[in-house]
Design a protein around this ligand. Structure first.
Ligand code: AMP
Length: 222
């Protein structure tokens, strides 16, 4: 199954995508993670092209599409991809449709995480990430190291107030039209509204599974 996780930055696409990968199968692919890796390597041919990430701007469609097309050919994505942060524009969505159809596949499910601005700011301003396994935590949990990998948790450089405002604006202008794009086409579309910062990742995951069950996409919740 190929799944698109839709939602603004900080909405939990990565966290929920990882949980769904365990529950439904498929492998998460985060374009944001791919670009952050490229930014660590000055000799990478795409290094100059992805500098815009630091300013909260979108990387150009042709570069993103190239990176994704290259990525999903890998054997680990053969049984399905959970796209986290891609597509982000109509052009990318059309490119994804073409790529998948060339592989005899299609976007089967879209999960739209509709999270209030207050919750997004709370989450992103306190977001800590494990550099190894990419699990996300919040400063309020009081952790210094990843409980699984033991690596020191880090803050993302683009999780500052100024860049968050730009990223949310970019989301509204470029990515929100994807709601209409997918609602008016074939994939099963599941929306969740989240305006409570105390809701845990497992609570949200439970709500997603319930909705999938209602839509007949899950015979039984594991
Ligand atoms: P994320 O980790 O998904 O919040 O992405 C971090 C940053 O990477 C974004 O603010 C963009 O600059 C860039 N990025 C990630 N995915 C895309 C995409 N599909 N299209 C354009 N830029 C992207």
């Amino acid at each position: 199954m190929d799944i698109v996780m839709l939602g603004p930055p900080g909405s939990g696409k990565g966290t929920q995508g990882n949980l769904l990968a365990e529950q439904l199968g498929g492998r998460p692919l985060s374009t944001g993670d791919l670009f952050r890796e490229i930014l660590q390597d000055e000799s990478h041919p795409l290094y100059p092209k992805v500098q815009v990430v630091k300013e909260g701007k979108l990387v150009s469609d042709d570069i993103v599409n190239l990176v994704v097309e290259d990525g999903i050919q890998k054997p680990e994505y053969r049984d399905g991809v959970i796209f986290d942060g891609y597509p982000r524009t109509i052009g990318q969505a059309e490119a994804l449709d073409r790529m998948l159809s060339g592989m005899g596949r299609q976007v089967d499910l879209v999960i739209d995480l509709n999270v209030s601005r207050e919750v997004l700011f709370y989450r992103m301003l306190g977001r800590q990430v494990c550099p190894k396994c990419k699990q996300v935590f919040h400063r309020d949990q009081g952790l210094k190291n990843c409980p699984d990998c033991k690596e020191a948790l880090v803050y993302r450089s683009d999780d500052n107030e100024e860049t968050i405002v730009k990223r949310l604006h970019e989301y509204e202008v470029s990515t929100l039209p994807l709601q209409h794009y997918y609602r008016s086409s074939r994939p099963v579309y599941v929306t969740l509204t989240i305006d409570d910062a105390s809701l845990s990742a497992m609570d949200v995951n439970g709500q997603i599974l319930e909705k999938l069950k209602e839509k007949g996409m899950l015979q039984e919740i594991k």
